[in-house]
Each structure stands twice: as structure tokens, then as C-alpha cells.
Ligand binder design. Structure first.
Ligand code: HEC
Length: 100
């Protein structure tokens, strides 16, 4: 009984985590303050809004922040943001933002 409970708790947690990890809308909550709820806000020091960009471009840019191959003057801010994103998170975010 205890084992079953533990096992189902583990499975439930895994599902919740897997869902949350690939939910672009939930992930984007962390980005709203600087980029705006609809992606149209241009953060201080940035040149471009994320709104209107394709998923492919957004994915490339976020991956670039993570591996250090992309960025402007304020890239340190985004490198910190992207450091904790998995490739799946980046895909989900790019998909979500391209629809803003
Ligand atoms: C503290 C403010 C802040 C937060 C929070 C933030 N960003 Fe940014 N973002 C910036 C700044 C500043 C830039 C410009 C950086 C540079 O100079 O390259 C930027 C640039 C970007 C760009 C590139 C835009 C372009 O076309 O050049 C993308 C994509 C992006 N952010 C996505 C995100 C995502 C996704 C999140 C949430 C996980 C996020 N940002 C959270 C401030 C922020």
C-alpha cells in the first residue's frame, strides 16, 4: 500500500513537472515584466520586441543567449534568463511567443 502510494505520488509529480516544463504560457509569466503580456514591450536597453517574430527566430535567439552566441549590449540579462531553460522550454516559449 505504502509502495503504491509512493509510486503514484511519484508518477503524479512527474506528470505535473513534465507538463509545466513544456507549457509556454506558464514559462512566459517570468518574461512579462520586461517583455509585456503581449510581447510588444521593448525592455530597457533592448532594440526589438518579441511580438511578431517567428518561432524559429525566437528559438534561435534564446538558444543563442543560452550558449553565448547571440545577444546585444544587454545580453547578460537574457543569458541569466536563458541559463535555466531546457531545449524543450525554449521550444515551448518560442511557440507561445510567436502567437502573441
Ligand atoms: C529583466 C528583464 C527581462 C526579463 C525578465 C526577460 N527579458 Fe528577454 N530581454 C531583455 C533585454 C534587456 C533584452 C535585450 C538583450 C540584448 O541586448 O541582447 C532581451 C531580449 C530578448 C530576446 C531577443 C529579442 C530580439 O529580437 O533581439 C528574446 C527572444 C527574449 N528576450 C525572450 C525572453 C524570454 C523568453 C524571457 C522569459 C524566460 C525573457 N526574455 C525575460 C530583458 C528581459
Amino acid at each position: 500500500m505504502r509502495k503504491t502510494l509512493l509510486a503514484s505520488a511519484f508518477i503524479a509529480t512527474t506528470f505535473v513537472f513534465a507538463f509545466a516544463a513544456s507549457d509556454g504560457a506558464a514559462l512566459y509569466n517570468k518574461c512579462k515584466a520586461c517583455h509585456g503580456a503581449d510581447g510588444s514591450k521593448v525592455p530597457a536597453g533592448a532594440k526589438t520586441a518579441v511580438k511578431g517574430q517567428s518561432a524559429a527566430d525566437l528559438e534561435k535567439k534564446l538558444t543563442g543567449y543560452k550558449d553565448g552566441s547571440f545577444g546585444g549590449e544587454k545580453k547578460a540579462t537574457m543569458q541569466r534568463m536563458a541559463a535555466n531553460l531546457s531545449p524543450e522550454d525554449i521550444k515551448a516559449l518560442a511557440q507561445y511567443m510567436s502567437g502573441l
